[in-house]
Write a protein that binds this ligand. Sequence first.
Ligand code: MRU
Length: 377
Amino acid sequence: VAAVPHDTNPPRARGPDDPAGYRALRRATGRREIEVIDQRALPHVRAGIVLRDAADVERAIRDMWVRGAPLIGAVGAYGLAMALDADSGDAALARAHAALDGTRPTAVNLRWALDRVRARVAPLARSDRADAAWAEADAIVAEDIAINHAIGQHGLALIEAIAARNGGRPVEVMTHCNAGALATCGWGTATAPIYLAQARGIAVRVWVSETRPRLQGAGLTAWEMRERGIGHRICVDAAAGLLMRRGAVDIVLVGADRVAANGDLCNKIGTYDKALAAHDNGVPLYVGLPSPTLDAALPDGQHIPIETREAREVTCVHGLGPDGTPTSVRVAPPDSDAVNYAFDITPARLVTGFITERGIAPASRDGLAGLFPERYA
Ligand code: MRU
């Protein structure tokens, strides 16, 4: 893996296709490699890393240099293209698909993207496969950006309605983990409505829950908000209930790693607790759901595989030491073990609605089937 200086991923002008002024994933035209932002270094350093072969990609996804459901799908698709550059035979295709698919089990986008690339190239002559895979991965990226934008527009209507009721008071949004530009190829899912509201001049403030243990909220979402000049405050995960009880939250917006056919939602651990608190306090909870994250083949959330990660992520805290070097500090007794489920399941009954690229769906089988009938056929 080749680390490259971070000025290869310089701030750029914001535009309709590049709302954040940066991209979590880029492919320079014609290059058979990709550059990703190394998310382990954020929020301290914005560093780009060039991934050149399938082994690079496997490592980057498994060790969470890149993360977020849509992003790992797109990066995985490029990984399959890189594997085909090395060997375009059937056996190599099957091996690379399995290896990439095994890197992270929960977000269905990875499997979806790998299956899509494989289906595109399998019928082709070996000599045509790699080029077709690169083109398919490019198409996945372009579609993700368009999906993000459509989710943003549908979600914007929710924020506008709250702003109209608030009579000048900022709309207080709570989010969890990072379902932002860093988790996707473009605008993010949960964040897209926030970014579009900001562009419309609507005052929005964001409660960023820190998201133990890997702190995607405190490290990544807070960084995104700061980059865009959006007012935000970080709270510990356990503060969500108190804040909602005090009327400090107008709406909860989260992302999704997989949604089952009945609307059960799998997202970052802690989402379920927020949904319970939101339900108890009458706060609406909406989920940014790009269609590749809908797994209509799974009847309900019980069937979603939940990734478990190393206990060390819980027993230690990672950050920058006083001299600015990355440091890990143990906070638990040396012989205490820990469990580290990376995701939880929120039952559909606690979800107010799914913001998809086709509109807002009630959180039910019928609601989702109404917008995506072809997936329920
Ligand atoms: O473990 P991560 O950081 O990959 O988890 C990411 C999340 O849970 C996001 O909320 C989810 O992928 C939605 S991203 C648009």
